[in-house]
Write a protein that binds this ligand. Structure first.
Ligand code: PHE
Length: 329
């Protein structure tokens, strides 16, 4: 009887060695460890033995059973592991990897909203190149080579006559060169300036330009449009003002300030950008009859609009690509 037990154990261990996949392992389990398996049967034989033989047989049978189950478990683990490594086994109950759904940048979102608002007011969208000719960026805008107002703008030259545009106003020129009045466009895009970087300045930022040219266009049209825009974008209670200013390409010119609550609820005037009635010299430069037509234009900083709308206090946050910031919008 004991020899038979030994034989069962040896057979089992030898069979287990031949098992190389999980289905063979299952066959093995049924053959030896299942309800009618050889090991199970071996154990049930002990009960039938005469009392004095029981302890010895029991001990041996238990030892063999433990050996075989131990070896079986080990084999099972190795097989599972190697299958997982080769990717054959997929645990469908594991939680999935979260899919990162992309979204548009807060500046792009702001831009879409701006284009939407101006679209509703009948403005078409125009684009111009970021690498711009000196003529479009300065000359045609009534800023001759010696004009002092070039100073804060003059930068990033590619050669003597080509530079990274310092404002979106050259798009005004391009539109007037290529189309006849009536003109009613907004032009969004990146601009570049030799500004020292701090919380409110960047060497690159975005502007939204507007240009309206038609017969009988007056400053009232400009003021109404800007007011409607501000009240739509910031809310109907928002206070704003024109502050007299100067730009070579508009006459008269103004700066648009918003009265906004800053930190600690204190209100202060914040500059959003410039505007004015198109200077007749600009019309002359593009061949539009300045006796017949008038027009107005503005250029607003998109970052400034977004900062004020969302309470962002540092312009650098827009461009650092920190998802903790970007994910909030
Ligand atoms: N281009 C001017 C600037 O960048 C803004 C402006 C645009 C002013 C249109 C008047 C008219 O500062």
């Amino acid at each position: 009887m004991l020899e038979q037990f030994e034989k069962t154990g040896e057979d089992a261990l030898a069979d287990l060695k031949k098992v190389t996949d999980l289905s063979a392992l299952e066959e093995f389990r049924i053959k030896y460890l299942g309800r009618k398996g050889r090991i199970t049967q071996m154990l049930s034989q002990i009960g039938k033995l005469p009392r004095e033989q029981k302890p010895q047989a029991g001990q041996l049978a238990n030892k063999i059973k433990n050996e075989v189950t131990g070896a079986f478990e080990q084999r099972k683990n190795t097989l599972l592991q190697s299958q997982q490594q080769t990717g054959e086994l997929i645990d469908v109950t594991l939680p999935g990897k979260p899919v990162n759904i992309g979204k548009t940048h807060v500046i792009t979102q702001t831009l879409s909203e701006l284009l939407e608002i101006f679209g509703r007011m009948g403005f078409a969208v125009a684009y111009g190149p970021e690498v711009e000719s000196e003529w479009h960026n300065f000359g045609a805008l009534n800023m001759g080579p010696e004009h002092p107002s070039r100073d804060p703008f003059d930068c990033f030259y590619i050669d003597d006559n080509v530079l990274l545009r310092s404002h979106t106003s050259p798009v005004q020129i391009r539109v007037m060169e290529s189309s006849k009045p009536p003109i009613r466009i907004v032009a969004p895009g990146r601009v570049y300036r030799p500004d020292t970087v701090d919380a409110t300045h960047m060497y690159m930022f975005h502007q939204l330009e507007a240009l309206v040219v038609d017969e009988g266009v007056s400053m009232v049209d400009m003021k109404t449009t800007i007011e409607q825009f501000i009240h739509t974008f910031f809310g109907p209670e928002t206070k704003w003002r024109f502050r007299p200013s100067f730009f070579p390409f508009t006459e008269p010119s103004a700066e648009v300030d918003l009265l906004l609550k800053g930190k600690k609820g204190k209100e202060s005037w914040v500059e959003m950008g410039g505007c004015g009635m198109v200077d007749p010299n600009v019309f002359d430069a593009v061949g539009i009859d300045s006796e017949k037509y008038t027009g107005w234009a503005f250029g607003f900083g998109i970052e400034r609009l977004a900062m004020r709308k969302y309470g962002i206090t540092d312009i650098r946050l827009f461009f650092e690509n920190d998802l903790r910031f970007l994910d909030q919008f």
